[in-house]
Design a protein around this ligand. Sequence first.
Ligand code: PXG
Length: 294
Amino acid sequence: MDNELQIYIDGKFYPKSEAKVSVYDHGFLYGDGVFEGIRAYNGMVFKLKEHIDRLYRSAHAIMLNVPLTKQEMIQAVIDTLRQNQMKDAYIRLIVSRGIGDLGLDPRKCPKATVIVIADLINVKAGDAQETGITTIFSWIKRNPVDATTHEIKSLNYLNSILAKIEANAYGADEAMCLESNGYIAEGVGENVFITKNGELFTPPTSTGALSGITAEVVAEIATKLGIKVNITNLTPFMLFTADEAFFTGTAMEMVPIREVNKRLIGNGKPGPVTKMLMAEFHKVISDPTQGIKI
Ligand code: PXG
């Protein structure tokens, strides 16, 4: 197939149908590895440096030696996009522990595997940005910070997947994840914000949430607009009684939340603060200075 996607694996390109890793790779056997989800908009890889920095922080936390320098990793992403002649893409960057034996000891894996996939973005639920989405609190507590915390963007996403299964089972669009004390941590793959009396509130990463790059961008936009951003523990009650709520993430961008466990948030429609931030967010992602050119 001529127009098959070309996938980067350890410095070489393979057509999608031939892009494979060993069943002995500890990323597959144990979820031992780290990843990033990145987007390219109109020939610019949005916040690429920030994503690469986070990838290396995750790798450092699990004592995974990335076989490329940060600059080489940036180049691998750019090369993959050029190879596929892509200007708009969803990029998945994966560094797994690599091939070992069937035991879990990472010392048996001499070299990490590096994979870059650039694919088309699967735009979620069409009009979600206009109508907002429904959520439920999942009974599965977020991984604690002294365990496989989501501060590390590891290949171990079963915690998020279990929460997503609950959302699917109850017919909600997305799940809301609580940490072990009952505070709100984040969504399954997105950070959460609420607004109350014109101010923004978002949980700290000490709930075990990922330090989101989209969340950081939105917080900067808010600050510039004179909207106060408070990083504080959020209870389910605070979400039920918020004026507005929304998720942020690379894949979803910004999506209003209209319902949680059947309670409407505000009047159930995207509110003025959310709408204003969404409009500014769309300006930022179309600004070529906000990332690295392909
Ligand atoms: N929390 C977690 C646990 C995440 O995995 C975010 C927040 C948002 O972070 P950014 O930096 O993207 O603003 C993520 C991001 C998907 C998908 O398909 C999203 C993520 C991972 C895997 C899949 O929506 N992560």
